[in-house]
Design a protein around this ligand. Structure first.
Ligand code: UD1
Ligand code: UDP
Length: 379
């Protein structure tokens, strides 16, 4: 290979953008690489929020998001759309992150062209193909065809070895979400106005104990989301508590949450926050109640107890560290766990210790070093 290696980075949703922007910045700073960015637009407004903050201007934007999109129509558009970009760009390698439809289709389109795939956040497994759904299968597909596996933790690397992935192709790098969190924290310290948009809400809820909520998982649609809404309604009956809930724009989430909680004086249903403002919410709240993957990684790093509204998790490190707990979606269980944490100081303090099981903020640097070795060996 003469000249820099062209790497096509493919992503499409908010969490992929948050976890890849540190890697893109590190690749761009390294003259051994020529970086091209393809966004699928699987998300639109939430993706654009991150692109704006991170200063990323994509080279290709497939603009695929449709309201209430189905998995099959989305995946079909992704596969042909990303395939077309690969054919136009002719990259040496393709990078994807995590387990979304975009990541799976991007990896498959690269594999169909016999290109090496680099997988960031490799090896997460819940062991249950229905939880989370469809992400467990998406990441297993990527794990089957990837060339380099960037595992965030030793447990993720072990999961890949257990699937007979060549150990020489697995590297424990940490998760670049911690790089992103450090970056945004430093930006806010330099320029507090970046996260100043919550001031009115902070004033409205002054003196109350803040519970932050996010929820979007497809496997919780229907009864699960209704039960989560009921739990929030009961929690907010207490006047010393306020719930701040940036609601995911998926209509299946909006309908239920606005139907059950709009007008509740102790609940703020707000639009998705950009990353600095979400970091501010993480700092403000006493507890995070979430079914998100990324929030399970960020909250432990900040010493915030996180109650995970899932039956199982592919991120056992937060549970092992004692900062995360699986609570499922049963309303009674969620309410009692929240009240215990808020009313029992010892129970709270046992969970509120900062741990960084997901990395030290140096993941992007490690990933680029490993990629540099890889292209040198191929030269
Ligand atoms: C997707 C990923 C999930 C990831 C999540 C992060 C898949 C199958 N799912 O789920 O793994 O955890 O992103 O948030 O890849 N919408 C908007 N604006 C946006 C984004 C979404 O209006 O900026 C609405 C649209 O109606 C869209 C719907 O949300 O059709 C669902 O988006 P989609 O990406 O299919 O699913 P998510 O639940 O966001
Ligand atoms: N996040 C954000 N604004 C919000 C909610 C979440 O910036 O209003 C960030 C959060 O800090 C985390 C990521 O989005 O880094 C998680 O995304 P999401 O929960 O949508 O997806 P998941 O991690 O479950 O795939």
């Amino acid at each position: 290979m003469s000249g820099p290696a062209t790497i096509l980075v493919v992503f499409g949703t908010r969490p992929e953008a948050i976890k890849l922007f540190p890697v893109i910045a590190a690749l761009k700073a390294d003259p051994r690489f020529r970086v091209r960015v393809c966004v699928s637009g699987q998300h639109r407004d939430m993706l654009d929020q991150v692109l704006g903050i991170a200063g990323i201007v994509p080279d290709h934007d497939l603009d695929l998001m449709r309201p209430d999109q189905s998995l099959d129509a989305l995946t079909a558009g992704l596969l042909t759309g990303i395939g077309g970009v690969i054919d136009a760009e002719r990259p040496d390698r393709v990078m994807v992150q995590g387990d979304t439809a975009t990541a799976m289709a991007g990896a498959l389109a690269a594999y169909y062209r016999k290109l090496p795939v680099d997988h960031v956040e490799a090896g997460l497994r819940s062991g249950n193909i229905h939880h989370p759904w469809p992400e467990e299968v998406n990441r297993k597909v990527i794990g089957t065809l990837a060339s380099l596996h960037f595992a965030p933790t030793a447990a993720a690397a072990a999961a890949l070895r257990a699937e007979n992935v060549d150990p020489a192709r697995i590297h424990v790098t940490g998760n670049p979400v911690i790089d992103a969190l450090h970056w945004v924290t430093a930006r806010i310290a330099e320029q507090p106005s970046l996260a100043g948009g919550l001031a009115a809400l902070e004033a409205r809820f002054a003196g109350k104990r803040i519970v932050g909520v996010t929820s979007h998982r497809r496997e919780n649609f229907g009864n699960g989301l209704a039960s989560i809404a009921e739990a929030i309604r009961r929690i907010a009956l207490r006047d010393d508590i306020a719930v701040i809930f940036p609601v995911h724009p998926n209509p299946n989430v909006r309908r239920v949450m606005h139907g059950a909680l709009a007008g509740d004086p102790n609940v703020a249903l707000i639009e998705p926050l950009d990353y600095p403002h979400f970091a501010r919410l993480l700092a403000l709240c006493e507890i995070m109640l979430t079914d998100s993957g990324g929030v399970q990684e960020e909250a432990p790093a900040l010493g915030k107890p996180v109650l995970v509204m899932r039956e199982t998790t592919e991120r056992p490190e937060g549970i092992a560290a004692g900062t995360a707990r699986l609570v499922g979606t049963d309303a009674g269980r969620i309410v009692s766990e929240i009240f215990t944490l808020l009313d029992d100081k010892a129970a709270y303090e046992a969970m509120a210790r900062a741990h960084n099981p997901f990395g030290d903020g140096q993941a992007a640097r490690r990933i680029v070093e490993i990629l540099g070795d890889e292209i040198r060996q191929q030269a």
